[in-house]
Design a protein around this ligand. Structure first.
Ligand code: SF4
Ligand code: SF4
Ligand code: SF4
Length: 328
């Protein structure tokens, strides 16, 4: 893994600003802006209003997995080839790949969905980590500091998206591994792969991934829904789920079809904060600690149950693959 942790916050914001400029151009050219009939609500309470985000438009993804490859190459994960033979397998990010793309069939139509750390606005991993090894930056990324990590893996238990992986194969210096929003890349790495945005978004050939300012990304997502109500399910996933995330999804159907659970607006970090409080404020009281863990597991189970019983509310006719990649 590339360990250049000197990459500055200023650089990340610069990237976000560059992409946001392009995003704004798209927004201003969108004839559907201003219509308010979809089911989102105002976002004036959102944390980190100037942070970066990345949009995943499931309707534009063709499952080529170039994003996986771009991520692995830029992070020195030694699996160079792209394999699409196992596209129907429900893979998870692991210690050798920060992101994966899976196929979710609906009525024989393909729906390719990229997953990675969601870079939550109020991350449960951060609040569960008792030594501060995971931190939400004001500019968007949730970053990991291996020097602080004690290997307790509470972050893995806490994450509502079950994202952090652990280098079990590395017996001497194991680390927690997850998407870092490309903050670990050196300036040279970034120059090699283009002017703006994380590696995965840069290499996507269809424009299914769009990096920019979070508020702008959400406006763009709403604009796309309004512009093509047959194409999109009327919901911007990640605007509020689990307290809001920095990866935002648009799709053709209810997101429970794509293993994106209908988390409530309350951040799951509120539960994991209780773990820290139990340890530090009450002298590691076992009751408080295990009570918080039980509450967290209940939160995750309830959302998994919701996910399994979630009904598809709207599937557009056919057209699950990209038709038009020119609007980004
Ligand atoms: S998705 Fe999980 S690992 Fe990523 S920021 Fe959220 S809680 Fe942390
Ligand atoms: S943002 Fe960077 S680390 Fe995260 S999935 Fe994309 S390429 Fe990988
Ligand atoms: S997000 Fe883009 S690069 Fe990744 S599989 Fe979909 S189309 Fe390919």
């Amino acid at each position: 893994m590339n360990k250049n942790k000197k990459n500055s916050r200023r650089q990340f914001l610069k990237l976000g600003a560059g992409s946001a400029a392009g995003a704004v151009i798209f927004l201003n050219s969108n004839p559907a802006k201003g219509n308010t009939s979809v089911d989102y609500v105002k976002t004036d309470h959102i944390l980190h209003p100037n942070s970066a985000a990345c949009l995943v438009d499931i309707t534009k993804c063709i499952g080529c997995r170039q994003c996986e490859l771009g991520c692995r190459i830029s992070h020195d994960h030694k699996i160079p080839e792209v394999n699409t033979d196992n596209i129907a397998e429900k893979r998870r990010p692991d210690s050798k790949q920060n992101t994966v793309v899976n196929n979710f069939k609906i009525d024989n139509s393909d729906n390719f969905v990229k997953i990675q750390c969601m870079h939550c606005l109020k991350p449960a991993c951060e609040s569960a980590c008792i030594v501060g090894a995971l931190t939400k930056r004001a500019d968007g990324p949730v970053v990991y500091d291996a020097d602080k990590c004690i290997g307790c893996r509470y972050c893995m238990v806490a994450c509502p998206y079950e994202i952090p992986a652990y280098e079990y194969h590395n017996s001497l210096t194991p680390e927690v591994v997850k998407c870092d929003f490309c903050t670990s890349l050196s300036s040279d790495d970034k120059k090699e792969s283009g002017p703006a945005g994380p590696s995965c978004a840069k290499v996507c050939p269809t424009g299914a991934l769009l990096f920019g300012n979070r508020e702008t990304i959400i406006k763009i997502a709403r604009g796309r829904i309004e512009a093509d109500k047959d194409r999109y399910f009327p919901h911007v996933y990640g605007e509020f789920e689990a307290g809001g995330t920095s990866w935002i999804y648009l799709g053709p159907a209810d997101f429970s079809n794509f293993n994106l659970p209908p988390f409530e607006k309350v951040p799951s970090s509120q539960l994991t904060e209780a773990i820290q409080h139990g340890i530090f404020k009450f002298g590691a009281a076992p009751v408080a600690f295990y009570g918080a863990l039980a509450a967290l597991m209940h939160f995750k189970k309830r959302n998994n149950d919701n996910k399994e019983t979630g009904k598809e509310k709207s599937i557009k006719d056919g057209d699950k693959k990209i038709e038009d990649s020119s609007d980004v």
